[in-house]
Design a protein around this ligand. Structure first.
Ligand SMILES: [Zn+2]
Length: 455
């Protein structure tokens, strides 16, 4: 039997993930032919049992398995629509480890779900992978849940002259007559949904001092124009949130238009429409970069805490606006508060439910919660709290309760009563009615116009 809803680790994604084992490392060797959209892969998973188990259940969608080995021994397996059950040659006791190697192939395609199509998706030329929240099993077998992190080694061979961008710096490119093999450095620990490959007719180049960019040659000027303040953005976020958490950051601009940009570990993916020379997506560029700290390094343990990703990334947009000469965060907070007040107030931020987890109210109410916290604690304590948050949970997981505990600590250190901070979070996070905003206080705008100059 495949795991039932009762044994899945997260009620928001009841058919994904298993809780009796973790994968500590994924080694992925892939061969992808663009034109027929044909993927062949060998995935080597370092599995560690959390309890005694005789089967390892992996998520895999739309791809056919041809062979499975456990510790080098060929084993029996059963494949169903969303999963692969691997019989271990002998039971694994809690804490025991095994290497599971899965050979598979097929024509990958997105998986439909309540949040639209996610996963491996063909572009007009190439591929993008949109993993959030359940897209990873469309291209490799995995224990698909944000509550687990693993390191990854990825090697992918594809047709010349396509370029591949993934989650880590390129280690080596081997060229043959009609193919190139891209080997990437080992990643820091990451969630399955943040694993990605982006295949396209890209030219790559540096993006300021800190990042790289991958775009088609004809888009290069427009993209450079729209991202000309990227160094300032990057510098501001390092000042406010702490050191950038990963080995590299690449902005990918697909030749196709995209409805929304996507975040991945060490990369953000934009459509041609987002970076078209009109500088109309400054807000989104800030949002996606902020996810590297909030979501990708400090990750949710279960999806009910999605506001820890989206509320923080949304508030980062407002901070960038304030620091870069746009409207103050306080003005944006009042504008969005007025809008939210006109919408139905039936959403609980700390548990929005799977249907509403990507609702815009999660983003805006999350940002308003942080703004209220900033006004209550003061800028010094608030930004110190953000840096403690990203440092304490770097490359790990955190929950809303972890944030409550940190807010209590910070309030104590700032001389505010901890009870007041608790009440504030209770009202914003656990109740449906929209709380009022604190009075405007211009004196607290310590980051106004700060972008572009280091403190
Ligand atoms: Zn986001």
């Amino acid at each position: 039997m495949l795991p039932s809803r009762a044994t899945a680790p997260d009620p928001y994604v009841p058919h994904h993930g298993a809780r009796d084992f973790v994968v500590d490392h994924y080694g992925l060797r892939l061969r992808y032919r663009v034109e027929p959209n044909r993927l062949e892969g060998v995935a080597t998973l370092d599995v560690r049992a959390l309890e005694r188990l005789e089967d390892v259940h992996l998520d895999l969608v739309g791809l056919r398995v041809s062979r499975v080995e456990v510790d080098g021994e060929r084993v029996r397996y059963a494949q169903k629509r969303h999963g692969l059950r691997v019989r271990t040659p002998r039971p694994l006791e809690a804490g025991g480890t095994a290497t599971v190697e899965v050979s598979y192939a097929g024509n990958p395609s997105p998986a439909g779900g309540p949040w639209g199509d996610v996963g491996w998706e063909e572009l007009s030329a190439g591929v993008l992978v949109a993993g959030q929240p359940t897209g990873a099993p469309t291209w490799f077998p995995c224990n698909d849940h944000p509550g687990y992190k693993a390191t990854y080694d990825l090697t992918i061979t594809t047709d010349s002259p396509y370029t591949v961008v993934a989650n880590a710096p390129v280690h080596r490119v081997t060229r043959r007559a009609s193919t190139r093999t891209w080997t990437f450095e080992r990643t820091e620990p990451m969630c399955t949904y943040l694993a990605t490959v982006q295949v396209g007719p890209y030219d790559t180049g540096r993006l300021g001092r800190h990042a790289h960019v991958a775009r088609t040659a004809d888009a290069a000027d427009d993209v450079a124009h729209d991202l000309d303040r990227h160094d300032e953005l990057f510098g501001l976020f390092e000042d406010l949130f702490g050191p950038y958490p990963f080995a590299s950051y690449t902005v990918v601009v697909t030749p196709d238009d995209l409805e929304i940009p996507l975040e991945a570990h060490g990369a953000s993916v934009f459509g041609a429409n987002h970076l078209d020379g009109s500088r109309g997506s400054d807000r989104l560029v800030a949002h996606e970069l902020a996810h590297q700290w909030f979501g990708n390094s400090v990750s949710v343990r279960t999806w009910r805490d999605i506001w820890l990703n989206e509320g923080f990334a949304c508030y980062a947009e407002w901070l960038w606006a304030e620091a870069s000469g746009g409207p103050d965060a306080d003005d944006l907070a009042h504008e969005h508060h007025t809008r939210l007040a006109q919408l139905p107030q039936d959403l609980v931020l700390s548990d929005p439910g799977p249907e509403l987890m990507f609702d815009d109210r999660v983003y805006k109410r999350g940002a308003l919660t942080l703004h209220t916290l900033r006004l209550t604690l003061g800028d010094d304590a608030f930004f110190a709290l953000l840096r403690t948050w990203t440092e304490r949970h770097r490359h790990g997981h955190a929950t809303t309760d972890d944030l409550r505990a940190l807010v209590r600590e910070s309030a104590g250190a700032a001389g505010s009563p901890a009870g007041a901070a608790d009440d504030l979070l209770d009202r914003w996070l656990d109740e449906t009615a929209l709380p009022g905003l604190p009075a405007r206080d211009a004196a607290r705008r310590s980051i106004r116009g700060r972008a572009g100059r280091r403190p």
